[in-house]
Ligand binder design. Structure first.
Ligand code: G6P
Length: 604
């Protein structure tokens, strides 16, 4: 978590840094800070609160200089206060340190430093690095950082500057760091969007890498100082793709991008004539007799949908876990296990550790990932990119839809290879998949109706979401979206399980969203709707166009386009995303930066 930007070149460093941090605010927004070299000294300004608080405060400072570093924080150790904001420095003030991650042995290090006369001004784990580096410094900053990191362990993307050297010394283990290459200028950032206005040529640092970034160039080494070769990658994301494109919020922009995203995810991969998909994967799908899928948050619900798809089309047993549970439950894994992890960022630490656990136990590993070059992609045997483009809104939308499409393709890939999916069925299913971008486009037209429903229920204290079979995860994702951005308590349940508890909650104040699209289980879901109605609950049904039954029992019916029942989650989630969005806007919430959340969770 946390966003980092560093700059050395010929532009005003504070402008480049603030602009970059703005694009990284999705990584945390508890506090922000900057250090720029002005008249030979590193001047630090840092403020609790969002980046704008820092930007306002900078108007009162002259931070004119061409060399600097900045940070936007998601608090782990220490409350979001001014002193706990980064950059951290020491009494002397000649060194500044910015850190993303957790230094696990910071307490013993801190005690030792205090005993040796250091005075601490923050409660953070990060500050120990500033003192440790100061202690090791004998005129060579790179050497001092290397010596300090020999004593500190944990997760870090570390950025260090010294007033006497116009170089940014960086190091990473676990937390991401990318270097942007320019002409007469170079950049450091946690993620690519911060670099896009200036360069598309980047180096993704690997775990255990250090680098020295100057105006003239970049030198990458390992932590012992041995040179290492890292590929220069040209990223294809346009700056426009990473900005709002005229929408009031990134989340809305990303919801509207979904038809295009699906075209990208599916593009060139569906081959109806051969009744298969071309995913460019090296793994042999016939080798495995079971599948484990791990993920967190929204990606976990994509895993759940993936389970139904894989079991239906590939007839392979699938277990799914939230990654933070999987990594500690000592799962039964062997070399016949295909472990799949799903992640938008490719950086979520629990997901990374879960897939490492499966790999250690001999599984074949596959990442279903959005961010190119991210940590997970470097650890797994194979990656299926979902091609959703940069997702900035903290509440995930377009990445989710792309994950669902990717899981459907994986199910066809495995099903065809294992012989469980015949040519005719595969062709029909692929034909249905090809229609998805158009169907999602149609589903977006539901926005005015959904906005009306959002208004009607925006004062509800609680919401219940119900869905059955492959639409159970859709119910959970709908509830998660609503919770995340409107702060209304929302609970989701498999529809058939409702009578075992949540039915006690139902009264005339409780809006109940029921996924009642056409499927072999449709009648059962309609029975559940009647159970809700009989107890006075307010039913908002999501049903298939042409359904005349449901409206007899529901106050509101949202009609989504018809598709194969195994693909229904792709179209049905759209009105639920819009419901969360419109409710949050109604309540005046900060849609793109909901409280307490961060987009990329790189701490346990
Ligand atoms: C955080 C985000 C969620 C996201 C989850 C997993 O909780 O707020 O939106 O679904 O992390 O992130 P990943 O990048 O692994 O998909």
């Amino acid at each position: 978590m946390c966003g980092i930007v560093g700059y050395v070149g010929f532009r005003e460093a504070s402008e480049v840094i603030l602009d970059g941090l703005k694009r990284l605010e999705y990584r945390g927004y508890d506090s922000a800070g900057i250090a720029v070299k002005v008249n030979g000294h590193l001047e630090v300004v840092k403020k609790a609160g969002k980046l704008q608080v820092l930007a306002d405060s900078l108007k009162e400072h002259n931070l004119s200089g061409q060399f600097g570093v900045g940070h936007t924080r998601w608090a782990t150790h220490g409350a979001p206060t001014d002193p706990n904001a980064h950059p951290h420095t020491t009494e002397k003030g000649d060194i500044v340190v910015i850190h993303n991650g957790i230094i696990e042995n910071y307490l013993p290090l801190k005690e030792g430093l205090i005993a040796r006369g250091h005075t601490f001004t923050s409660e953070t784990d990060s500050e120990v690095l500033a003192h440790l580096i100061e202690e090791k410094y004998r005129g060579d900053l790179v050497e001092a950082v290397r010596l300090a990191l020999a004593e500190a362990y944990g997760a870090y993307a570390l950025v260090v500057a010294h007033q006497d050297h116009e170089e940014i010394v960086v190091a990473r283990t676990v937390s991401p760091l990318v270097i942007g290459l320019g002409e007469g200028e170079n950049f450091v950032a946690s993620d690519v969007p911060a670099l896009l206005p200036y360069t598309r040529r980047v180096i993704f640092l690997h775990d255990g890498d250090m680098a020295v970034v100057t105006r003239e160039g970049v030198k990458v080494t390992d932590l012992a100082g041995n040179p290492v070769e890292r590929e220069v990658v040209t990223v294809e994301w346009s700056l426009e793709a990473a900005e709002k494109g005229g929408h009031p919020h990134y989340m809305l922009k990303e919801i509207y991008e979904q038809p295009r995203v699906l075209e990208n995810t599916l593009g060139g991969r569906l081959h109806e004539e051969e009744a298969g998909v071309e995913l460019g994967l090296k793994l042999d799908p016939t080798h495995y007799d079971k599948v484990h899928i791990v993920a967190c948050g929204t990606a976990y619900y994509a895993a759940w949908v993936g389970k139904y798809l894989l079991e239906a089309l590939a007839r392979v047993p699938v277990e799914i876990d939230v990654a933070s549970e999987y990594r500690y439950r000592d799962p039964v894994v062997d070399d016949k296990t295909l472990a799949i992890c799903i992640s938008q960022s490719g950086e979520t630490i629990d997901t990374l550790e879960a897939i490492r656990e499966a790999k250690r136990k001999g599984a074949g590993t596959l990442g279903v990932i959005n961010a190119k070059g991210s940590s997970i992609t470097r650890e797994v045997d194979d990656t299926l990119y979902i091609h959703a483009g940069p997702e900035i809104g903290v509440a995930s939308t377009k990445a989710y839809i792309a994950m669902l499409a990717a899981m459907a393709m994986l199910a066809v890939w495995m099903g065809r290879a294992r012989g469980s999916l015949d040519e005719k069925t595969a062709r029909e299913f692929l034909g249905e998949m090809r229609k998805l971008p158009r169907l999602v486009e149609e589903a977006l037209e539901l926005r005015p109706q959904v906005a009306h429903i959002a208004e009607k229920y925006h004062q509800a204290q609680d919401y219940l979401f119900l869905g059955r079979h492959i639409q159970a995860p859709t119910a959970y994702e709908g509830a998660l979206k609503l919770k995340e951005i409107s702060y209304i308590h929302a609970e989701a349940y498999p529809a058939g399980e409702m009578k075992h508890g949540p039915i006690a909650l139902i009264d005339e104040r409780l809006p109940v969203v029921v996924l009642a699209t056409q499927s072999p289980f449709y009648e059962k879901t309609v029975s559940n709707i009647q159970e809700v109605r009989a107890r006075g609950g307010r039913v908002i049904a999501v049903a298939t166009e042409g359904d005349t039954e449901v409206k007899k029992f529901a106050q509101d019916v949202i009609y989504v386009p018809q598709t194969h029942h195994l693909l229904a989650p792709v179209v049905s989630v759209v009105p639920l995303q819009l419901l969360a969005y419109e409710t949050a806007v109604f309540l005046g919430r900060d849609v793109d930066q909901p409280r307490n959340l961060a987009k990329s969770v790189t701490v346990e």
